[in-house]
Ligand binder design. Structure first.
Ligand SMILES: C[S@@+](CC[C@H](N)C(=O)[O-])C[C@H]1O[C@@H](n2cnc3c(N)ncnc32)[C@H](O)[C@@H]1O
Length: 311
């Protein structure tokens, strides 16, 4: 087991914005290395509780050891290996109706990136996998069996890669000769068609796109956010840390929508939409990591923290 499973980004900011009540119930929807849960527990009394979730068995195994004493003694944390879209079912099983706060720290953990065999990294040679939940279709299936146009759309839509068409074409040409099995085989194909960039690896956007598609990251986020707002009690907070513009756009739009009290067209003389304000946005502008944090942890550079409070 690795010692540095993951370094939590904007840890203090996230914990402070959650406004933790000592006897509250909290959900850590993306447990990872348990950095956020560990700091939430510190603020809880014996009545407080955390429901901690991760889709990745490695995170669960790591955190079951990390929180072994807590799981045995005070039992303020319950750990579940599932997708965060299943939060409503988990709460039902745990006989919990509403919670006082939810945090979501999206994307991949450092462990997932650094563990070469998981196939997330364009820096290490490994089988093309990229599945956080270790089941379902892998990156190998997507890269080798997706029709060219669809593959190009995936790379464009989820990677915002302007060379998507060229990359998809090159992949399809290569896989006719031999299936693309490893990360570095894919990197090699990309490097042959993408000109060297001033910043970022040529394969960065394509890898991001395939990872997002394989793990249905944006679909899951959309579903989970809709569930989360319903599960918060009045005054409860939702804090979401995102790491790229596609995720952040979804979070920002949802929170803006929840804040609206009416969505009738402006020409409508009376309100007929029945939409009522569900939340108030706590930070109008997304919070970003400080310069000193970015220096210590470059991964925090793209992070955006958005927080809202249920009304
Ligand atoms: C950035 S890490 C979280 C790090 C954690 N906050 C910490 O402090 O150590 C993101 C975690 O979310 C998990 N994850 C991503 N999508 C998920 C989903 N749909 N359901 C549950 N867990 C998910 C990943 O497996 C990963 O472990």
């Amino acid at each position: 087991m690795k010692i540095n499973y993951h370094k939590t980004v904007m840890l203090n900011e996230t914990i402070n914005f959650l406004n933790i009540k000592s006897s509250g119930v909290y959900i850590d929807a993306t447990l990872g290395g348990g950095g956020l849960s560990e700091n939430i527990i510190k603020k809880l009394d014996n009545n407080g509780k955390i429901i901690a979730i991760d889709i990745d068995k490695d995170a669960i195994e790591y955190c079951k050891k990390k929180f072994a004493k807590e799981l045995e003694n005070k039992k303020r944390i319950q750990i579940f290996n599932c997708n965060f879209i299943e939060i409503p079912e988990i709460l039902k099983k745990s006989k919990i109706n509403k919670v006082n706060g939810i945090c979501m720290d999206l994307g991949v953990s450092s462990h997932q990136i650094d563990c070469a065999s998981r196939g997330f990294s364009y820096m290490h040679d490994a089988y093309l996998d990229m599945r956080m939940g270790q089941n379902g279709k892998s990156a190998y299936d997507i890269v080798n069996f997706t029709e060219e146009n669809k593959l190009s759309n995936i790379i464009w839509q989820f990677g915002e890669e302007k060379f998507a068409k060229l990359i998809a074409k090159a992949i399809c040409r290569k896989r006719k000769i031999k299936k693309i099995e490893t990360t570095l085989e894919l990197v090699d194909i990309i490097q042959n068609v993408v000109p060297k960039r001033f910043s970022g690896h040529p394969a960065k956007k394509t890898f991001q796109a395939i990872r997002i598609f394989v793990n249905k990251e944006l679909e899951n986020l959309d579903i989970a956010l809709d569930n989360c707002i319903k599960l918060l009690s009045t005054g409860g907070r939702l804090a979401v840390l995102s790491f790229h513009s596609l995720e952040d756009r979804i979070v920002k739009q949802k929170m803006k929508f929840w804040e609206k009290n009416c969505i009738c067209p402006s020409v409508s003389p009376i309100c007929v939409c029945k939409k009522r304000q569900e939340a108030v946005i706590i930070n109008k502008k997304a919070i970003t990591a400080s310069g000193s944090e970015v220096e210590i942890n470059p991964r925090s550079k793209s992070a955006k923290l958005r927080v809202c409070e249920k009304v």
